[in-house]
Design a protein around this ligand. Sequence first.
Ligand SMILES: [Zn+2]
Length: 298
Amino acid sequence: MNITDDLLTNLGEIIGSNQNGENVYKIFTTCKELFDKEKAAFVIDPNRKLLLQGVFFKREDTGRLTVILGQKYIDTYRKDSSLHHTMLIHELKHLYDCYLLKDEFYKCTYNKRHWFEFQARFIELEFIQNYLVEKFTLSRLEDLMLKCFENNDFNYYSILFSQVSYNVFKQFQEMETDYLNNKVSVEDIVKEVIHGSHQLIFEYLTITDDYKRYAYFIIIKSFRNCLEDIILKRNDEPDILFSNLHEKYFFDLDYLYQKMYEIIDNYNEENKNYLLQLQYSLEENYTVLITQPFHNQA
Ligand SMILES: [Zn+2]
């Protein structure tokens, strides 16, 4: 037995035949089989020194499905550490999706790709609620996740741990659904997007609190990428694209798009350093620096 065998054995003991977390159960049993049949493998990366962000899923060029484990994950792994199991089930969800969807998993749009990430977070939640609560002493991160869901503030969690804003993605998805159901026109959507962009840029440039600046930076980045996604998608599907926009909207939109680009460019380094600092302090004691959850209007 080596450590990577232990990971699945220990996780298997926790899940057992308990199917209360229906999705978790399905993901675990499918992935376990993939590992047993050597269609998937663990790879240890000695250069990954952070625990958070230190574990990820990757499909190699050869087509082999791998879960990469950073050295810190391995060094700090303990059977009774709930966080390590939670992190693993998150990556197994990516493995599961990639196995089922094959190339689709990589070929989808930016927006859709991030829904995979959100779904992996929801799997973490299903796992914590059905398999860990009352059986493990949860880490502060897992406690925080439960609290965010209780308060209906998953956005806070996604900004902190996935570096994307869940609310922004939801907003764009709703706009698209409304459009496809003929509830809103392209013009309505553009007006909403222009209003949203103005507000975000204004907020970002006036806020001084470090965490809020970071959060708004992530929101702007998500917003701009979702916007880009719509524009790119609209080139393929002319009906739902901005192609039939009135010129004056196009001008506004383009201006705001560039402004957001500038913010992302100019403040990328500052926010990257802030996030790194935050992650180091999060890892030191699995606690969170920020006591007031951040709420945004986006
Ligand atoms: Zn992920």
